[in-house]
Every structure is written in C-alpha cells, then in structure tokens.
Design a protein around this ligand. Structure first.
Ligand SMILES: [Zn+2]
Length: 265
C-alpha cells in the first residue's frame, strides 16, 4: 500500500515537473506555437495569422530609435511574436499573469495585443480598448532585450533588476525620442504636466498619451528623470545604473533645476 502511494506521489510529481518545464520552455522558446515566420534584417517575426508586410517598416523605424542607444548591438537578432489570440497568450496569461500588452524575455519581444501594422497601432485592453503607437511599444521592449544582452540575465531578470525607475525610464526615453526631439517639445513643460497629472491621480494608473491607454505613473516619472540625467546632466545609461543617488534625491534635484531655469528666463 505504502509503495503504491509512493509511486502515485512520484508519478504525480514527475508529471508536474514535465508540465512545468514544458510550459517554461514554451514561454522562452515559443517559435513552435506560431505558423508563420518572416525574416527581416535583425528581426524574425512570428505570428499565427498572415504577417502584414507593413511590419517591416515599423521594425526599421524601431531599430532606428534603438540605434541611438549606447546598448545597441548590430549583431543582435530580435524574435518578434505577434501573439494576439494565440495559444501562447493563453499560456503566458496563466503562467505570468494578465496585464502587460507586451513583454521582453531574452531576445523575444512578445506583442500580446491586437495590432494594425497599416496604421502603426497596437490596441491594449487592460482597462478598456485603447490605442498606442506600435513602433514605440516594439522599441521599448527591444531596449529591455538589450539591457539583458549588455548587463546579463543575472542583473536583468523579472526577479532581480535595478530599481524600477532605472529599469523602465531608459526604454521610455529611447522609444519616445520622436516626441522628445520635436521642435515644440520642452522638458520643463513635461515636468509640469507630470506634476499636474500626478496630483489628480486616484491610483497608480496615468494616461500619458492621447490614445487613452494607461500606464503606471512611474513610467512617466522615470522617463523624465532619465531624460534630465541624460540630456541635462549628460549621464550615460551605464552611469545612471552605477550612480547610488536615491530616486527621491534625483527627482528633487530635477525640480530644483526646473525652478532655476524658469527664474533665469
Ligand atoms: Zn518596460
């Protein structure tokens, strides 16, 4: 009897281990779950539906943004998974949880939500269906891939990584360059806008863009702090990671800088 129970327990454990390792393998190596593949420069694109050729232009534009980053690696290949309505999404939702519209693991960029490559849009549904620029989402996730590529899996993984503002501020800073380098753009005004939006918040979710999508307010704050450090103080990303000044101190310093510049003008 005891032997039978032991065998049953061992059998159940073995099945569980096989299932979990299978799921983990599919999360990190999801290629077999997708029927279509398109190769384009530094990209492999996977999808279950036909891949719209317009994605190539979007990927080229995302790569142009990422080229501005000190983390850029010309030999790196990105695997882009358009996983909306796929078995992969179902597994990913179960294992890693509902929520993010995109994710980066290793060299995989997973776009979990519906996209329209013609219009360069993605449609997150976390709160309600909204619109966000697809090039921006892809470039943001590509920078996450490059963080891990440059600094290693031990320093950048879901369980261990630099403080959130250092993790998310830099991908935001790089992927939003088209907006940040616009002629009408002003960091001073953006800081004011952030403070105004933040004062009206009832939770952590903030509408940063026009498309009605919400993101944790930290994304906006982190990008402004990264922008201040890189554009005004001329830090590299390496230096930001190494610097031990606290988030609060950097934020206060940025506000003092804003006040000083305002007084001078
Ligand atoms: Zn991110």
């Amino acid at each position: 009897m005891k032997k039978t129970i032991k065998r049953l327990v061992a059998g159940t454990l073995l099945t569980a281990v096989v299932m979990i390792s299978g799921l983990v393998t599919l999360i990190f190596f999801p290629e077999p779950l997708f029927a279509h593949k398109l190769e384009h420069g530094q990209f492999n694109v996977y999808s279950n539906s036909d891949i719209n050729q317009d994605i190539e232009k979007i990927l080229d534009n995302a790569l142009t943004l990422v080229r501005h980053s000190e983390l850029y690696d010309a030999d790196y290949t990105y695997d882009i998974f358009l996983s909306y309505n796929s078995l992969y999404n179902k597994i990913d939702d179960k294992v890693l949880g509902h929520g993010p519209s995109a994710r980066a693991t290793g060299n995989n960029v997973i776009i979990k939500v519906d996209i329209d490559a013609d219009r360069n849009l993605a449609f997150p549904t976390f709160y309600h269906r909204c619109e966000v620029n697809l090039t921006y989402i892809i470039a943001h996730e590509m920078i996450h891939c490059l963080q891990e590529n440059k600094y290693g899996k031990l320093k950048f993984n879901p369980f261990r990584h630099p403080e959130y503002w250092k993790l998310e501020g830099y991908p935001e800073y790089i992927s939003r360059q088209p907006q940040l380098s616009g002629t009408n753009y002003s960091l001073l005004n953006e800081i004011d806008r952030y403070i105004d939006l933040e004062s009206k918040l009832t939770d952590i979710w903030m509408s940063i863009d026009e498309g009605g999508c919400k993101a944790p307010s930290l994304y906006y704050k982190s990008r402004l702090m990264t922008e201040y450090l890189m554009d005004i103080r001329h830090f590299s990303y390496d230096q930001i990671l190494e610097d031990t000044t606290s988030e609060d101190s950097i934020y206060e310093e940025m506000l003092r800088w804003r006040d000083t510049v305002r007084k001078e003008n």
